[in-house]
Design a protein around this ligand. Structure first.
Ligand code: NAP
Ligand code: F7E
Length: 335
């Protein structure tokens, strides 16, 4: 019988980490996750399968913790999904973003090289590296990042390529376009909209304030994208690939579709404020994932319309649940 495959996921508590962990468990992997210490648990997204993964304490800021985690897990595959991933925060905290999202990758690459050099390495690169570059963007499109986050990711991307070229290692970078789900952080625009739509339709709020409604993104479903990450590490030769749907929509179109799910007119509820606009914007992203389709046989399964429906449906359910709990909570009679 062949040895059970072991995978280490950094960023396991995030949106993608949770989907990837579930995916790898279904494939029969032993899954390890690097988690940093937080004052309140950040493991909500692992609900239902937390006991099936081994969580190990560590931080991309701390090289010795990375060595220790790798020694314990002895992984065949390392998926580096950890990052400061919210673009606006990268302007308010550019140095800490670079420490985690850029230098953190060098710390991890070096730790893997010393502890388990045979492990295959996946780096979570992003369409934000293309920034201002004309669409559609392919593997050949030159990078022109528009935020400290994008700049940090370009460093991390080249650090990964350089390890492959310097040490003949299996290290790849997946250039993933925006992917969303009901597990998306609430500050990202899609989730901000789906949650507000649920609350507005249940009479809990009236307005949703957004920034630039004209920005266009190539939005896919996170569950489809983690499959591509895994496929990239199963190839004979390492290759960096663009993963995208090839379809782009504006923030306004996302609003229109999401409000339509609950039969509301988005124009009556959405306002804009410069508070949510960025010092430099990425106007339009559309990925061309032809190479991934050819090489991996990968293509997205969930359409834009189904993604919006899925997110709004889940938020309606969740908001109702929270409301019910707050009404049925037993009164505190102890004082
Ligand atoms: P996410 O939900 O923001 O998750 C980020 C993860 O990184 C969390 O688990 C977070 O842990 C962890 N983390 C942050 N700082 C860390 C540190 N110093 N040490 C260890 N862990 C740390 O992001 P996501 O949407 O799942 O994205 C996963 C990766 O793909 C990120 O690298 C992101 O930049 C990249 N990416 C995302 C997209 C997208 O559309 N989602 C597209 C392209 C690339 P806590 O729970 O403790 O905060
Ligand atoms: O913004 C516009 C905003 O924050 C999308 C991360 O996962 O994907 C994500 O980065 C667009 C931008 O995602 C609001 O200006 C308008 O044009 O949801 P977002 P992002 O910046 O594209 C990439 C691929 C990553 O790698 C990142 O880690 O929506 N927008 N009004 C708004 N955005 C937000 N957050 N909030 C607004 O009110």
């Amino acid at each position: 019988m062949s040895e059970q495959r072991r995978a280490l996921i950094t960023g396991i508590s995030g949106q993608d980490g949770s989907f990837l962990a579930e995916f790898l468990l279904e494939k029969g992997y032993e899954v390890f996750g690097l988690v940093r210490r937080t004052s309140i648990s950040s493991l909500e997204r692992l609900e239902g399968f937390e006991d099936q993964v081994t969580l190990l304490p560590g931080d991309l800021l701390d090289a010795s913790s990375l060595m220790s985690v790798l020694e314990q897990a002895q992984p065949h595959e390392v998926y580096n999904l950890a990052a400061q991933s919210f673009v606006p925060t990268s302007w308010s905290e550019p140095v800490s973003t670079a420490e985690v999202t850029a230098l953190g990758v060098t710390r991890l690459l070096e730790a893997v090289r010393h502890v388990c050099p045979e492990a295959r390495f996946y780096q979570a690169s992003t369409s934000e590296m293309f920034g201002q570059a004309p669409a559609p963007q392919t593997e050949q499109t030159p990078f022109h990042p528009r935020s400290p986050y994008g700049v940090a990711k370009v460093y991390a991307h080249w650090a990964t390529v350089n390890q492959r070229e310097s040490y003949d290692r299996f290290a790849v970078s997946g250039i993933l376009f925006n992917h969303e789900s009901e597990r998306r952080g609430q500050e990202f625009v899609t989730r901000k909209i789906s949650r507000a739509v649920a609350r507005i339709s249940l009479g809990l709020q009236d307005k949703l304030v957004l920034g630039n409604l004209e920005a266009r993104r190539d939005w896919g479903f996170a569950g489809d994208y983690v499959r591509a990450m895994w496929l990239m590490l199963q190839q004979d030769e390492p290759e960096d690939l663009v993963i995208a749907t090839g379809v782009t929509h504006s923030v306004e179109q996302f609003c229109e579709r999401a409000f339509a799910e609950v039969n509301l007119d988005w124009r009556k509820h959405v306002e804009t404020s410069s508070r949510f606009c960025r010092p430099a914007e990425v106007d339009q992203l559309v990925g061309d994932a032809t190479r991934a389709r050819e090489l991996l046989g990968w293509q997205p399964e969930l359409s834009f319309e189904d993604l919006v429906r899925r997110m709004v449906t889940w938020d309606l359910h969740r908001v109702r649940q929270i409301e019910e709990q707050s009404h049925t909570a037993a009164p505190d009679l102890s004082r």
